[in-house]
Design a protein around this ligand. Structure first.
Ligand code: PXP
Length: 245
């Protein structure tokens, strides 16, 4: 099976930094540690309210010699920042001010008119666009019709079921991911996944053969408090690799 890339999301290093103002812990240093431990790229979400990552972080992360995946809402402000910064990839996500984290996938059917020109603008600038979507076959068709080369499957429902220890729901949610990945890849989409993944839940998702990349943040930063970021990334990478054998 082809190898699975790991994008490490360093948003919550910035969350801790911002709790006190100042500059520590430094998200750029965290990115460097993650790469030293086997991350293939760095992911960061510049939210409208700048609650964790800020504009200056994005500029500093872009200067690192690793691919930067910029998670962003499909707004004119964020498209402007992406065109200026030129990240390797842009992952379009739905964004609500009141949410704690990205709660669901993009509405790419209802949002088609809004999304299509922004996807085209980013693509023309050489930025690889991915759409953060629910793992659903009809959604794969809609993403393909929009012309995005990549989809990132939202693994939140699967992870919630795993945390709850609800085996039938885990099986159901995993099956949705398996079917969406196969269908999307059959259409020519590159398939990524992420949200809520932990060392315990990452294996079955990593074993889905069409997956090319996982983006993982919160669980890694949480575990880093106890074992250090290098070890946390190393352990996640190892769990992903074991599942691909
Ligand atoms: N992928 C996307 C599109 C996300 O919005 C997030 C959360 O910022 C993640 C992956 C990572 O999720 P988590 O921090 O729960 O691992």
């Amino acid at each position: 099976m082809s190898s699975l890339r790991l994008g490490v999301n360093i948003d919550h290093v910035a969350t801790v930094r911002n709790a006190r103002g100042g500059s520590m812990p430094d998200p750029v240093r965290a990115a460097q540690e993650a790469v030293a431990a086997g991350a293939d790229g760095i992911t960061a979400h510049l939210r409208e309210d700048r609650r964790h990552i800020r504009d200056a972080d994005i500029a500093a992360l872009k200067a690192l010699p690793v691919p930067l995946n910029l998670e962003m809402a499909a707004t004119d402000e964020m498209v402007g920042i992406a065109l200026h910064t030129r990240p390797h990839a842009a992952c379009l996500v739905p964004e609500k001010r009141e949410e704690r984290t990205t709660e669901g996938g993009l509405d790419i059917v209802g949002g088609r008119e809004h999304l299509a020109p922004r996807i085209a603008t980013l693509t023309e600038a050489g930025i690889r666009v991915s759409l953060f979507v629910e793992p659903d076959e009809a959604v794969m068709d809609a993403a393909h019709a929009l012309g995005a080369p990549v989809v990132e499957l939202h693994t939140g429902s699967y992870c919630e079921a795993a945390v709850a220890g609800d085996a039938p729901r885990v099986a159901h949610e995993l099956d949705r991911i398996v079917r969406a990945a196969a269908h999307g890849a059959g259409l020519g989409l590159e398939i990524h996944a992420g949200h809520g993944l932990t060392l315990d839940s990452v294996g079955p998702v990593s074993a889905v053969p069409q997956l090319r990349e996982l983006n993982i943040g919160h669980a890694l930063i949480a575990e880093a408090i106890f074992v250090g970021l290098r070890q946390a990334v190393h352990d996640m990478r190892a769990a992903m690799d074991r599942a691909r054998r």
